[in-house]
Design a protein around this ligand. Sequence first.
Ligand code: ATP
Ligand code: MG
Length: 441
Amino acid sequence: MRLSQFFLPTLRETPTEAQIVSHRLMLRAGMVRQQAAGIYSWLPLGHRVLTKIAQIVREEQDRSGAQEILMPTIQPAELWRESGRYDDYGKEMLRITDRHEREMLYGPTNEEMVTEIARASFRSYRDLPRNLYHIQWKFRDEVRPRFGVMRGREFLMKDAYSFDADAAGARHSYNKMFIAYLRTFARMGLKAIPMRADTGPIGGDLSHEFIILAETGESAVYVDRDFLDQNLLDLPVDYDDVAGLQKAVDRFTGFYAATDEKHDPAVAARLGDRLVGARGIEVGHIFYFGTKYSAAMGLSVQGPNGEKIVPEMGSYGIGVSRLVGALIEASHDDAGIVWPAAVAPFGAGVINLRVGDAACDAMAGDLYARLRAAGLDPLYDDRAESAGAKFANMDLVGLPWQLVVGPRGAKAGTVEVKDRRSGAKEELSLDAALAKLTAPR
Ligand code: ATP
Ligand code: MG
């Protein structure tokens, strides 16, 4: 993409309404535009990141055996009356009346709807287990929408729903999601810590929140330092290995990790100086809640001996749009965003320091073409701006690599390659620069 043609409405001034760094940087980098409290448009740079995050989530859900569907945002109130949540949900639910005076709502979550789908189609125990997920916008009329996309009113969530014939099966489905979550966040360059959580209004027996550490997190958390040293990228992925998966889950739940509400200072004290106190952001939340919805909504299937089985269910959420902000909270510096490569909106930035100079234009153009051919999806700053403005802009948008073409290098046949995270710079030939960017990090 040529920056001269790219819609990137960056701001020079720091927006005063934004209280935390991710919100400020998202506005400054032209990623989103607020349309109403907690409601945002996603502009091209932001949309690219949102899409990349959703794709990683999707790949890991698929790998675990979950199947993607797409349920609507608008739901009939009737479904929620069946579960009893229509009245319980309170003011967070946006209620709508259609032209026929039918009560509708903008879905804050989809347990009822997915249970209705299962009820309409599952007949036998052979239809189980199933895990259905979608990546869809939700609306919750939060009392205090704040921190930009981190606590929005309209937000993008991945929510999965598992159905099993018995509690042991449901536990296995839960474990699959548990491991899939660790992998998902690790692929984004995040270490999400599973913490035992209250099951709250969704109800049920077993629940974990996945929390990443960041100074601006809304909750105080405590964690064993040893967890932070775990490599989560090479987790087992044999999702059919029931015992192996349970072992992996036991290992990760064995580390002390707790939010404020669940923190037990007496137990934590045993960790000594391994105990880390920090702030955390919830990026995912998984629940096992048994037959709460299946029983209430009359979902049952026939067992092997003709008996009636009421499926055991779980639900599993990831805050896809919240993750955009959370990633920035976890990875930025004074100059701007520092994207982990897997979610970066572009793979590299090319800066042409002297647009109009034949040698610079030729070299930058060549570099741009070769980066594109190598699949690096570069952003080429071909605008007639000052060098200072270009450097500042590239630092702000936070691409993993910057390749700077100037008159001296153009003569010598070299570019300056800057690693955005470390700031380290090297003069390299085009071939060497390309080799460096395509090498596994
Ligand atoms: P929170 O405790 O932060 O209010 P929650 O427990 O109500 O979240 P869940 O119902 O568990 O949220 O939703 C699953 C995920 O969706 C959360 O882990 C979070 O990442 C994301 N999420 C929830 N509410 C919001 C929101 N208002 N804006 C953006 N993301 C959200
Ligand atoms: Mg939650």
